[in-house]
Write a protein that binds this ligand. Structure first.
Ligand SMILES: [Zn+2]
Length: 294
């Protein structure tokens, strides 16, 4: 069966034509074609919706069974509406994305949050494939996201999107966008590494400068602390680390792992689907009955 997966991020809209033999068997998911176009987020809701349509029309969409969309913003699991989005995409809050797209294409369209979709993708088709038990994923990007997948069935009851990026890691620490001081994401995010280390992360991970080396060792300590405390709370079987920083994991993963192992015994793995986790996760969720009402 053929399904189109779409992943609407702040920078790019990724979309893929995906062929699946057996919905439950991760080995049968094949990406036949993959495209990425700019989101044009700053132009706001109408431009973004037009670009989503354009990205779907790139494929022979008429032969597809359905379209599964992952998007930035908070998404209502039953209605497929974006109930909250930051100003990254102006006026995106309140967009009835599932309704708009299903009317346009006259197809079943389901919509899910992008972090949740990436977790499902990595949990069932990527780093967590063939492993049993719960999977917790941390996404190190502009901020720090953390979500937990607790069961084999897929619905709003088995997926927890936590707010761990805003738990206080350092009392009286750096001021956060949320108004608190010392939130985890002020230390464990690409934004923090760029602001306090080096704007060029490749250079930062290759630095010989002592003060920049200290920033990296603090980053490994802080990331290890966030994960070990979360593991005490949620006791996942596997921790997966994703986000833009993981694309450079070959330069830092071993140094981090040394620090992590001294604090935490929970198995850990870098995400391995790259920028395809979102499109695969939304299609997997759709084919495995995650959307009862959309
Ligand atoms: Zn905060």
């Amino acid at each position: 069966m053929l399904t189109i997966g779409v992943d609407v991020g702040g920078t790019n809209i990724k979309s893929a034509l995906i062929e699946v033999g057996d919905a439950k068997n991760g080995d049968t998911y094949k990406i036949l074609e993959f495209v990425s176009i700019p989101t044009d987020a700053k132009k706001g809701r109408d431009a973004v919706v037009a670009n989503i349509i354009k990205s779907i029309e790139h494929f022979d969409w008429k032969i597809c069974e359905a379209i599964a969309v992952a998007t930035a913003g908070t998404v209502d699991w039953d209605s497929g509406e974006v109930t909250y989005a930051t100003e990254t995409i102006p006026n995106y809050t309140g967009t009835a994305l599932s309704k708009i797209l299903s009317e346009h294409f006259n197809k079943r369209v389901v919509v899910i949050n992008d972090a949740v979709s990436a977790l499902i993708g990595e949990g069932f088709l990527g780093a967590g494939k063939k492993k049993s038990g719960s999977v917790m994923m941390f996404t190190i990007g502009t901020g720090l996201g953390a979500s937990l997948l607790t069961g084999e069935t897929l619905d709003s009851q088995t997926i927890l999107d936590t707010k761990l990026g805003h738990f206080i890691l350092h009392e009286e620490g750096r001021v956060c966008t949320c108004g608190q001081r010392g939130c985890a994401e002020q230390y464990v995010s690409a934004t923090a590494l760029k602001r306090y280390g080096n704007d060029n992360l490749y250079q930062l991970f290759h630095t010989s400068d002592i003060s920049q080396k200290k920033i990296l060792s603090d980053f490994y300590k802080d990331l290890s602390a966030v994960i070990s405390r979360s593991a005490e709370l949620y006791n996942p079987s596997l921790v997966v680390i994703g986000g833009g920083v993981i694309e450079m994991s070959e330069y830092w993963w071993q140094s981090f792992l040394k620090e992590y192992r001294s604090k935490c015994a929970t198995p850990i793995s870098p995400a391995n689907l790259g920028n395809k986790a979102g499109v695969l996760g939304s299609v997997y969720a759709y084919l495995n009955g995650a959307f009862k009402n959309q």
